[in-house]
Ligand binder design. Structure first.
Ligand code: CO
Length: 450
């Protein structure tokens, strides 16, 4: 049993504002507090990856790479952590190996110290290339298990995946509970068995969606987890992480007391309280998302639940919402129980919506066909055999690593960019273009680069 002080990854600069305020925090709003954040003594500061890259280009008129370099210039002691979707990089479908490798190397060269790598299906084959590249680039590689509940997931399957990730070189393992599904006593058992079976440090990530996050952390800490993800209070709770100051306070005087003092964080939290107000005002956003324990019954992440509700309302179909909520778990089971995280959550969600609006599987979007064919990797369970031909549209199944079918991409992206008028673009801009072609072009155009 660990009696080491509990360590904290601070998420205010990434998941905190991604979860509560649609990823709208600007670098200019971060800079005034970066030196103080760096001095706190966090295990790491999550500040890049996830949706931040897209949001920089799309909404904030910022170059994500420039943001990373700026962050690094202030965060001199504390590693910058990023979230990477394995072979999806920061996008929604698989990229070629040359693209994944280059992206990882550029990320590390520009300032990332810890890369948390996950795959929506927990398919290790989709994480391998990114993990090896991160290792080679000299980063700390955090292999991730996406937590979900299904007849095909168990403590044993999660431990098995964790062991495979350690074999591939993971320096630590993260249990990523993106929907707040991990209940406190199960966390205790899962952490216990993980700590018995793997030798590298164990981190845990959750969202408050179902209202149990701090209780879950407490049991995970008692069971020996090494690192917890927390957000400074203004960017905590609701669909974000537990509050950093509160978790620190809860551990005071205990065997695993955190080395950070909560009082250190008060002025920093006060600063971000104002930032939160400013963002809410500028973008007309409301972060007061209710705790919703229904997620435990329906397995639908909280943010997604409210998105779907809005979409149904916009279509004048709000009355169909209860049906949709019942349809989601059915579709998920038929598609082989994928965990619901980007991009599988969107894929299952839109399929369920079409089923409710048009009749079951009358319309099957391309992404659903691809998921059923294996283009995103191996689903945890087989796709329902009776629906297989409907779901795949008769297209061939993919039984190997999907990215093996993707030819190198970097040179093509570079050529396309040159054809659009951006000659000799730096590799970082080629990568931005490869990930988000339209928004990147718009951004380059606005900067006079095209
Ligand atoms: Co998260």
């Amino acid at each position: 049993m660990s009696n080491q002080p509990i360590k904290i990854t601070e998420t205010v600069l990434r998941d905190g504002h991604q979860s509560l305020l649609a990823t709208r925090m600007r670098i200019s709003q971060m800079i005034p507090m970066l030196e103080q954040l760096d001095a706190v003594g966090y295990h790491s500061i999550e500040a890049w990856g996830g949706a931040t890259f897209d949001s920089c280009l799309r909404f904030l008129d910022e170059d994500p790479w420039e943001r990373l370099r700026t962050l690094k210039s202030y965060l001199k002691k504390t590693p910058i952590q990023m979230l990477l979707r394995g072979q999806n990089v920061l996008g929604y479908s698989h990229y070629a190996d040359d693209f994944v490798k280059e992206f990882v190397h550029r990320s590390v060269d520009n300032g990332v110290g810890i890369i948390r790598i996950f795959d929506a299906l927990n398919d290790v084959a989709n994480m391998e290339v990114a993990m090896k590249a991160a290792k080679q680039a000299g980063a700390h590689v955090q292999g991730t298990i996406v937590y979900t509940i299904s007849p095909y997931h168990s403590r044993e399957t999660f431990v098995k995946t964790a062991k495979e990730l350690v074999e591939l070189g993971a320096d630590s393992i993260c249990i990523k509970d993106m929907a707040g599904l991990l209940v406190p006593y199960e966390a205790s058992e899962l952490v216990k068995i993980m700590k018995e079976q793997i030798s590298v440090p164990l981190a845990i990530h959750t969202h408050y969606t179902s209202g149990m996050a701090s209780m879950m952390y407490l049991k995970a800490i008692e069971a020996g987890v090494d690192i917890i993800d927390c957000a400074l209070s203004p960017f905590s709770m609701a669909s974000s992480q537990p509050a950093t100051e509160a978790m620190i306070a809860a551990m005071e005087g205990q065997a695993r007391e955190c080395k950070i003092k909560k009082e250190q964080l008060y002025p920093i939290a006060d600063y971000f309280r104002q930032v939160k107000k400013d963002i809410m005002e500028e973008f007309h956003l409301n972060p007061n998302i209710d705790i919703d324990t229904k997620v435990l019954s329906f397995q639908i992440p909280g943010g997604m639940l409210s998105n779907l509700m809005n979409q149904m309302k916009e279509q004048g179909m709000a009355d169909k919402f209860p049906e949709l909520i019942k349809e989601m778990p059915k579709v998920r089971a038929e598609l082989g129980y994928p965990p619901l995280v980007t991009p599988t959550s969107q894929i299952v969600g839109s399929m369920a919506a079409f089923n409710v609006l048009l009749g079951r599987y009358k319309m099957v979007p391309k992404e659903v066909r691809d998921l059923a064919r294996g283009k995103y990797g191996r689903t945890p369970a087989p796709v329902d055999p009776e629906l297989l031909s409907v779901l795949t549209g008769g297209e061939p199944l993919i039984d190997h690593r999907p990215a093996d079918d993707i030819a190198p991409q970097l040179e093509n992206f570079r050529r396309e960019l040159a054809e659009k008028g951006y000659q000799n673009a730096p590799m970082e801009d080629v990568l931005s273009y490869g990930l988000f072609p339209e928004v990147a072009l718009k951004y380059f155009e606005a900067k006079g680069l095209l």
